[in-house]
Design a protein around this ligand. Sequence first.
Ligand code: SF4
Length: 327
Amino acid sequence: MNNEVLLQAQDVKQHFTVKKERGQKATLYAVDGVTLSIYKGETFGLVGESGCGKSTLGKTFLRLYPLTGGKIIFDGKDISRLRGRGLKEFRCKSQMIFQDPSSCLNPRRKISEILSEPFVIHGMLTGEERRRRILELCDMVGLSSQYLERYPHEMSGGQKQRVGIARALALNPQMIICDEPVSALDVSIQAQVINLLEDLQKQLSLTYLFISHNLSVVKHCCQRIGVMYLGKIVELAPADRIYQDARHPYTQALISAIPIIDDGSSEPVPPQIVLSGDLPSPTDPPVGCAFHTRCPHVMERCRRERPSLQEVEPEHFVSCFLYEQHP
Ligand code: SF4
């Protein structure tokens, strides 16, 4: 990993208009002012509870939605408002691996046809060249060529995820958004898929955004981690800092919930921090700090003012009044 930025998000907002009861409309603040950078060659982990906006942020980085606000710079180019041909070209450089391989592969198509799709859509490679590239992709992800004539339902979950990875690699992308890529797989297969992603990253100098609700998984494969809560990044730091010295009360609660294996040591196990209440609705986020309705350290000020993301030590950013830096 170097410190050359591949993707830079500046105050990115992704809001949606949704219908509520009796036909009333409301704004859903799925991503609400995210600023971060992803370096070339790194695996950046994005964690948070279900519904915090992490998958929407990944899709926003792929420009699957028209951006509500802010800016996305990819490899030095502003892609925030790209359309048409420019957007299609950008999509060759950035791809996605989905959570559930069963639902993202067309059940009526053979694997050979599924792996041909990127070339058909982008009008690239034909005939023997395409076939050679598909065989190369199978080889890269450890999938026997005998599967090319099968349908997705004839494969295991791990094999289907390998097809998903091969399809994401087809156009030689620079960056891959891995959206919960192992959470639908058996535990025994999860490590194989993570090892495969790591090997491919080394071979192809790929950059990953690794989205997960599981901090144990992220711990083993990410260099830096961003913790998201209700559409915002509340803590961002190198992975070891997050696990050894989490500062934000929400991150501390997530870390404390990681199961600890009893190895017979006499080290005391830190108590689990149990958060009260559920994630508030993103259509009606709390005023002030978005976490104040569940925070064990809430102060009067937190109910009125919103903390900003501040650097509390080199490369470690926290959004909480407990760590406010005074000039
Ligand atoms: Fe808790 Fe206040 Fe910090 Fe928010 S700003 S995390 S409510 S202490």
